[in-house]
Ligand binder design. Structure first.
Ligand code: MN
Length: 492
C-alpha cells in the first residue's frame, strides 16, 4: 500500500504543535505538486520516496523542520522548482537543509579514482560539520533507497550497496544510530555477497529453530524472577543477532555458531540506572554467568555513547544467552543515537550521549554542531592532511575528544587532548619515554610540555645520557601510561 501523510503522523515520536503540522502538511503538498507525474523505478509515484524518508525521520524522533526537509529533499535536484522557491516558502533553515542534501547527492562517493573518492569523502564530512541534520536526512534517504534497491540495474545496486557498507553504515554507527546501522548493513550485505548472505540467513534460522524453546524459557523464567523479586521492568524482549554482524562474527569464530555467545539476547529495560544493577544481580542469581563476559557500558560507555550492561549467562539446558540491561533512555539512544538527543531535549538531565557529542555547554538549539566532526574537518583543512592520513582517520572510528599523532613511519598514536611529547614517547615505548630529550612537531622543535595538535607528525629524540625521567613531567603528562611509568621509576 502506498504511504501517505497519515503514516508520518502515525510514526512521529515527538510532540508536534499544530503549527508544526501545518509546516509538514504544506511541505508535503509542495513536494507532491513538484514531483507530479514523476515515477520511481519501482513504478511508484516519486513523492512516496519523500514520504518514506520523512517517516524514517519521524520514527527516529526528528522534529517538524527535519521531517519537512525530508519530504522536500529531492525537489531542487529532480524538479523544475528551485531552491530559492523553497526558501521563499519555507524559510532559510529548511532551504539550508534541502540544499545540504542536494549538494551531498552530487557527490559521487565511489568515483573512478581513489583520489577523487577521498576528496568526495571530505566534502561529505564538511557537510556534516555544517549541520548534523543534513547527514541524518541523508541516512534516511539512503535507507529507503536501499530498501528499494531491487528495482535498479545490477551495477548500480553494487555501487550503492558498497558505498552504504563502506561509508553510511559507519556514519550511522558513529552517530550511535544502531537500528539504521544494522538495517543498512544487512541490505548492503544482501546485494554485495549473495552467497554468504544466504548462508547467514540459513544458519541464523537453523540455530533459532534448534534453540528457540530454551531461549523462550529463559525469557519466561527471568520475567517471573523479576516479578518475584519486585524489580520493576518496563520491558523485556528478545533479539537475535542480525545477519551481517552474525556473519562477521562467524568468520572470526571459525564459522562455529555455538561460539557466538550473543546470538540470542534478552533485552531488559528498567526505569532507573540503579535498577540496571539490581536486574543484573537477579540475572546472575538465576543463571551462572560466563567468567569475564560482564561488560558495564554504563560506567564506561562505548565511544559512540552506547550505554548498557551486557552479561553472558548459561540459561536452561546450558543455552548461552546474552542479557542486555539498560534504561528506557539508553535504549532509545542505542536505537536512534544522536537523534534521541532531540527526543530528550526538553528533559533536564543531560544524557551521556550529549555529554559525549556536545561537551561544551550550548544553548538548546536544534542545529548543534558535533564537535568531533568539526575538529575533524578543521584538522583536515589546517594540516592539509594527505589522503592516506584522511583514510586512517576514517577507519579509527572517527575522532572524538582524542587526538591522533603520527610517528615518522606513518603509524598513529591515539592520545587524549592536551597530551604532550612525553606522553607520545611513553606510548611508543617506556624506554623512549624515559630517555626523551627533545621533540619536534611537524618539523619544529617544541617544549616537552607542548600540547600536541591533532594530526601532527611527532619526532622524538632520545639521549642515553638521560638515566631517569624528570619528576616535573608528572605535572603535565596526560596519559595514564606515562604517569604510571614515571611513578614506578621513582618508587624504585
Ligand atoms: Mn532521495
Amino acid at each position: 500500500m502506498q504511504k501517505s501523510l497519515e503514516d508520518i503522523r502515525k510514526n512521529v515520536r515527538v510532540t508536534l504543535s499544530s503549527q508544526d503540522w501545518e509546516l509538514i502538511d504544506s511541505a508535503y503538498e509542495f513536494a507532491k505538486a513538484a514531483h507530479q507525474g514523476q515515477k520511481r523505478r519501482s513504478g511508484e509515484d516519486y513523492i512516496i520516496h519523500g514520504i518514506e524518508t520523512a517517516i524514517i525521520l519521524a520514527q527516529i524522533g526528528m522534529g517538524a523542520k527535519t521531517i519537512s526537509a525530508g519530504l522536500l529533499h529531492d525537489v531542487p535536484e529532480d524538479t523544475p522548482v528551485t531552491l530559492a522557491e523553497i526558501e521563499n516558502k519555507f524559510g532559510k533553515e529548511i532551504a539550508f537543509l534541502v540544499n545540504g542534501i542536494t549538494k551531498l547527492g552530487k557527490i559521487k562517493l565511489r568515483d573512478k579514482t581513489e583520489e577523487m573518492y577521498v576528496k568526495n569523502l571530505r566534502k561529505l564530512f564538511l557537510a556534516m560539520a555544517d549541520d548534523i541534520r543534513v547527514i541524518i536526512i541523508k541516512l534516511a534517504d539512503r535507507l529507503h533507497n536501499m530498501r528499494t534497491l531491487q528495482f535498479n540495474p545490477r551495477d548500480k545496486q553494487i555501487r550503492i550497496a558498497k558505498e552504504t557498507l563502506e561509508i553510511f553504515s559507519l556514519i550511522a554507527n558513529r552517530l550511535g544510530m544502531g537500528k539504521i546501522k544494522s538495517e543498512l548493513e544487512d541490505l548492503a550485505f544482501k546485494y554485495l555477497d549473495q552467497e554468504n548472505y544466504a548462508y547467514s540467513i540459513r544458519t541464523r534460522k537453523e540455530q533459532y529453530l534448534r534453540k528457540k524453546e530454551y531461549f523462550e524459557a529463559t525469557l519466561n523464567e527471568l520475567t517471573k524472577e523479576f516479578s518475584r523479586e519486585k524489580v520493576e521492568i518496563l520491558q523485556i524482549s528478545k533479539r537475535i543477532k542480525h545477519p551481517y554482524s552474525l556473519f562477521c562474527k562467524l568468520k572470526k569464530r571459525g564459522m562455529d555458531i555455538e561460539k557466538i555467545y550473543d546470538f540470542f539476547a534478552i533485552r531488559i529495560i528498567v526505569p532507573e540506572i540503579s535498577n540496571c544493577y539490581e536486574a543484573l544481580g537477579i540475572v546472575h542469581r538465576k543463571y551462572k554467568p560466563l567468567v569475564g563476559r560482564v561488560k558495564d557500558y554504563i560506567s564506561l560507555p562505548k565511544p559512540n555513547g552506547y550505554q548498557s550492561i551486557h552479561t553472558t549467562v548459561f540459561g536452561p539446558e546450558g543455552i548461552i544467552v546474552e542479557a542486555q540491561i539498560r534504561t528506557k533512555k539508553m535504549d532509545e539512544e542505542a536505537m536512534f543515537g544522536i537523534a534521541a538527543h532531540w527526543l530528550h531535549k526538553n528533559q533536564e538531565k543531560k544524557s551521556i550521549l550529549e555529554k559525549y557529542l556536545f561537551p561544551q555547554k550550548e544553548e538548546e538549539k536544534e542545529n548543534k554542531e558535533l564537535r568531533w566532526v568539526k575538529q575533524f574537518s578543521e584538522w583536515q583543512s589546517d594540516i592539509g592532511a594527505d589522503d592516506q592520513e584522511f583514510m586512517c582517520g576514517l577507519q579509527v572510528d572517527f575522532f572524538k575528544n582524542h587526538i591522533f599523532a603520527f610517528t615518522p613511519t606513518g603509524d598513529f598514536i591515539e592520545l587524549p587532548e592536551e597530551a604532550t611529547p612525553v606522553d607520545f614517547a611513553y606510548c611508543i615505548h617506556s624506554e623512549i619515554g624515559r630517555k626523551i630529550c627533545e621533540a619536534k612537531a611537524d618539523g619544529k622543535i617544541v617544549p616537552l610540555d607542548y600540547h600536541i595538535q591533532n594530526g601532527q607528525l611527532m619526532e622524538i629524540f632520545t639521549s642515553d645520557e638521560r638515566v631517569c625521567p624528570d619528576k616535573d613531567w608528572l605535572k603535565f603528562v596526560k596519559t595514564s601510561t606515562a604517569k604510571r611509568h614515571i611513578r614506578k621509576f621513582f618508587k624504585k
